[in-house]
Design a protein around this ligand. Structure first.
Ligand SMILES: [Zn+2]
Length: 260
């Protein structure tokens, strides 16, 4: 993550010496459902935020949306008299953080995408690309529930499912950048097909998207969200069955995870 390291150096040096209170950084979280962005000062104080729905098709349409949000955030910050000095973008999937590339993100339809270069060419800012859950893990360790911990696991349940494994104070990336991608571990061999092409993956059954999709496919209300389905478990047999499949799959995956 060459860009991030140089950005970190700049931030450290200027914070201690001649930092301007007008310097800010952009942060963007690219999800399968929503793209969320924000601008924060060097001290972490919020300046502005923005979000938009992720295009269903992902791919180039999603990249255009991310580029648009980054450009808008930068313009908004400048309009308020701030000076953006860099951007960080986090995405789900397999990420080459050193190279600034998204190697594979099934829910975004991105494969071998040089995201840092794409966004640097639009903004002129140095751009660091990271994994969304490792980013969340870093935040929890610095200012959240994992402060002071050097060994912990953070699991996220959303459109997909992922986790970050921190041992001896280091969040593990893995040899191929896929450490913690538990959403695509097999919980039901030969089960339903996943967006990654395999069968029986955890997130087919236990992600918010998977719960809603399975509920609809079995004849449930077409627009019911996972949260709504969860509220129906005591009153509707179909909701209870789909929810039980999800919790069984999640329990199996977590029981395995804590033994790694
Ligand atoms: Zn999968």
């Amino acid at each position: 993550m060459r860009g991030a390291r140089s950005l970190a150096r700049r931030r450290r040096v200027r914070t201690r010496a001649t930092v301007s209170s007008r310097e800010v950084v952009l942060g963007v979280d690219v999800g399968g459902t929503t793209i969320k962005g924000g601008v924060v000062g060097i001290d972490g104080s919020p300046v502005t935020t923005g979000s938009l729905a992720s295009p269903d098709a992902g791919g180039s349409a999603l990249l255009a949306s991310v580029r648009g949000l980054v450009v808008d955030l930068e313009a908004d910050a400048r309009a308020q008299g701030h000076t953006p000095i860099g951007a960080g973008v986090i995405v789900p999937g397999i990420v080459d953080e050193r190279g600034g590339r998204v190697l594979y993100a099934a829910n975004l339809a991105w494969e071998d995408l040089d995201l840092a270069t794409e966004l640097e060419s639009s903004t002129g800012l140095p751009v660091a690309v990271g994994h969304d859950v490792r980013g969340a893990s870093l935040a929890e360790r610095r200012v959240g529930g994992a402060r002071g911990l050097s060994d912990f696991v953070l699991v996220t349940l959303g459109t997909g499912i992922s986790c970050a494994i921190t041992t001896d104070g280091t969040t593990r990336v893995g040899a191929s950048g896929a450490a913690g991608e538990i959403g695509h571990t097999t919980v039901y061999p030969g089960g339903e097909t996943c967006s990654c092409g395999k069968r029986g993956c955890l997130e087919v059954y236990a992600s918010a998207g998977g719960i809603a999709r399975r509920y609809h496919a079995a004849g449930g209300e077409p627009n019911a969200s996972a949260a709504t389905i969860g509220e129906r478990v005591d009153t509707e047999e179909l909701a209870a069955r789909i929810w039980q499949d999800a919790t069984d799959a999640l329990a199996l995956a977590l029981a395995t995870l804590v033994l790694l």
